[in-house]
Design a binder for this molecule. Structure first.
Ligand SMILES: Nc1ncnc2c1ncn2[C@@H]1O[C@H](COP(=O)(O)OP(=O)(O)OP(=O)(O)O)[C@@H](O)[C@H]1O
Ligand SMILES: [Mg+2]
Length: 524
């Protein structure tokens, strides 16, 4: 047969089949069509040994983007970039990195525990009947997973869990982290970009490592927390003088764990209900921070007010505010509200969360607020040690050693200076960035701090001696006044007795010996 004849015959066969199909569609009853369709599909699946699962991009009535779909998209990202020929690119992390995913109708292979699987990207296009100037097409994308029916158990269980978990982890790694703050009962956010890291944090290496280990163990301990029946959260109390790196450490924590930060301004929260709402609106993998908890609320004032009204709260917080601030404050948040926020039933609503309090005066805080279980780890950030200075010198001046280090070590052992102050001396002082100038400035600062401390100590000694002398003088004064009073009382008693004796003589015409003596004394 000639090729032209062959093509003609094939063409006529196709045309006949299409004609027959059109006739069938036209005249065959709808119900019968449905039956044929259904049974043909069943027959096909009987022979076809593969199973297909479709994950649609949008699910539900509210047109929410499916979390499973976006997890799969992230999971397939790295595989797509090596296998697919047509890719889609998305820019994330504030235009800093590109995430690739496969384009429509592309396919990629995957392997799990030696089992081969196939993922395909597709889309359903439905034409909408709306009258519009622009053509409207309703595209519904999906991912389709195909695998052999022998592997059903493995794929539906372990594999899909693995895909969702890894996909979500990639999503978290790629996301742009946020810094939230509360305005009324809502959170507002900005992009969180803080360069702080544990490497650059000036602190003793051993303590730093301990804190990092604690954080990393926490972030991977989901199963442990589930097993022991505790909510997956941990509290950190950072305390120390101003400028010792408390806020910097929070930023370093967020960068280490890749968490968002919720910076809670307690004074802007109206009441406990609003506080709870804010808590519910936070996401997991986040750090909730309350800075300067000791001066966030005047809970003492509120308690006193309540007691006056006859509904006293037993928990006696020691938190105080300067008077004028507390008088203008509107917040009705109570200590028990905060305790429940940190450790109540609602606090377990989202997992993987840190709660961090910072304070300059740990001794002012109520013990209930910082007990273990609420604030699990107490971290003291203190004045700059020589080890901490070395880290700052490395960060600021790129110096590992210098002949002035010995003098600085000596001075740091003798006087107190916060890392913030040390850092300020190490900031470049000249265009050339001469390190010696900075170190000399620091030595000058430390010497001055030492002198000031000595002067202050002397002042304090003088002041306490003065106070002691004043106290002693007051004491003496008191004793003198007391003696005088006693003398007066005695005199009063004796004149009263003489009066009595006189009256006796007048009334009875005689008196006893004692009274006679008194009368004669009085006469004299
Ligand atoms: N331990 C530290 N390591 C590195 N830099 C530090 C350290 N402590 C303080 N600094 C520097 O000092 C500045 C102030 O530090 P930070 O705001 O963290 O102090 P703070 O303890 O939160 O103070 P405050 O109690 O007043 O809030 C920061 O900009 C940081 O660069
Ligand atoms: Mg701070």
């Amino acid at each position: 047969m000639k090729p032209t004849e062959m093509f003609a015959q094939v063409g006529s066969v196709i045309a006949s089949v299409m004609f027959a199909w059109a006739m069938f569609k036209q005249y065959c009853p709808y119900k019968l069509q449905e039956y044929i369709d259904k049974y043909s599909k069943r027959a096909f699946t009987f022979i076809y040994p593969y199973i297909q699962i479709t994950f649609n991009e949008f699910t539900g009535d509210r047109f929410m983007r499916s979390e499973a779909y976006s997890a799969i998209e992230n999971y397939l990202g790295s595989r797509s970039s090596t296998q697919a020929k047509r890719l889609k690119a998305d820019v994330v992390k504030n235009n800093q990195s590109i995430v690739l995913s496969m384009d429509d109708y592309e396919e990629v292979d995957d392997e799990f525990q030696g089992v081969k699987l196939k993922w395909a990207a597709g889309k359903h296009i439905s034409k909408t009947q709306t009258v519009s100037y622009y053509p409207v097409t309703d595209e519904k994308r999906y991912y389709r997973l195909t695998f052999h029916k022998r592997q059903r158990q493995l794929i539906l269980g372990d594999y899909l869990n693995h895909v969702l978990k890894e996909g979500n982890e990639i999503k978290v790694r790629n996301r742009q982290r946020k810094l939230y703050t509360n305005s009324g009962s809502y959170w507002r956010h900005v992009v969180f970009q803080h360069p702080a890291s544990f490497e650059s944090l000036a602190m003793e290496a051993e303590r730093k490592q301990e804190i990092m280990d604690d954080l990393l163990v926490f972030s991977t301990a989901e199963e442990f927390y589930a097993r022991i029946g505790r909510a997956w959260k941990r509290g950190y109390l950072l305390f120390g003088p101003p400028g010792t790196g408390k806020s910097t450490m929070i930023a370093a924590m967020a960068n280490l764990l890749n968490y968002d930060i919720y910076d809670l301004e307690l004074t802007a929260v109206k009441d406990n209900t609003e506080l709870r709402k804010l808590l519910i609106d936070t996401t997991s993998r986040s750090i909730i921070v309350i800075e300067d908890i000791d001066c966030s609320l005047d809970l003492t004032g509120q308690r006193r007010k309540k007691k006056e009204e006859g509904e006293g709260d037993e928990k006696d917080p020691k938190l105080k505010l300067p008077k004028e601030e507390s008088e203008t404050k509107q917040s009705q948040v109570t200590l028990s509200g905060i305790l429940n926020f940190v450790d109540g039933l609602w606090s377990a609503c989202k997992g993987e969360r840190l709660v961090v309090f910072t304070t300059n005066f740990v001794e002012k805080l109520d013990p209930a607020l910082i007990r273990k279980g609420r604030m699990d780890k107490h971290i003291e950030l203190s004045y700059c040690s020589f080890e901490a200075f070395q880290i700052l010198a490395k960060n600021y001046l790129k110096l590992e050693s210098h002949h002035l280090f010995a003098r600085i070590q000596e001075l740091l052992g003798e006087t107190k200076m916060t890392p913030a102050e040390v850092a300020e001396h190490l900031m470049p002082k000249t265009i050339s960035g001469d390190a010696t100038v900075c170190l000399e400035s620091l030595i000058g600062g430390l010497e001055k701090a030492k002198e000031d401390a000595i002067l202050k100590a002397e002042e304090e000694v003088k002041e306490s001696a003065r106070l002691k002398a004043e106290e002693e003088a007051k004491e003496k004064e008191k004793e003198k006044a007391k003696a005088e009073e006693e003398e007066k009382a005695k005199e009063k008693d004796s004149s009263k007795a003489a009066e009595n004796a006189k009256n006796q003589v007048k009334e009875n015409g005689f008196c006893d010996n004692g009274n006679a003596e008194l009368i004669s004394k009085e006469k004299k």
